[in-house]
Design a protein around this ligand. Structure first.
Ligand code: FES
Length: 95
């Protein structure tokens, strides 16, 4: 199963392949900024991908729209729209 590791913490999460990144983080008690609760509207849930970007689902239409509208850099993903298929290392400015 995929592992999620963090830049600023020793915590490592083991998550099911194909599971939602934001839901995995919240389930582990890790805060994720959001004002739309994962509906793909606010773009606040963006997470920086430090390693393993190739192990994430391709961007869907919602994420592509939010990225263009909010000028989100390519190394960040909208976590509520992203599925995890392999190991990643991540960070967020507020962690
Ligand atoms: S939580 Fe609002 S877009 Fe992801």
């Amino acid at each position: 199963m995929p592992l999620i590791s963090f830049k600023k913490a020793q915590t490592i999460l083991t998550v099911p392949a194909g599971s939602n990144l934001m839901i995995n983080l919240q389930a582990a008690g890790i805060p994720v900024a959001s004002s739309c609760n994962g509906d793909g509207v606010c773009a606040k849930c963006k997470i920086t991908i430090l390693e393993g970007a190739e192990n994430l689902s391709p961007e869907n239409e919602i994420e592509i729209f939010l990225r263009e509208k909010n000028e989100i850099p390519i190394h960040q993903r909208i976590s509520c729209q992203t599925k995890v298929f392999g190991d990643i290392k991540i960070d967020a400015s507020y962690w």
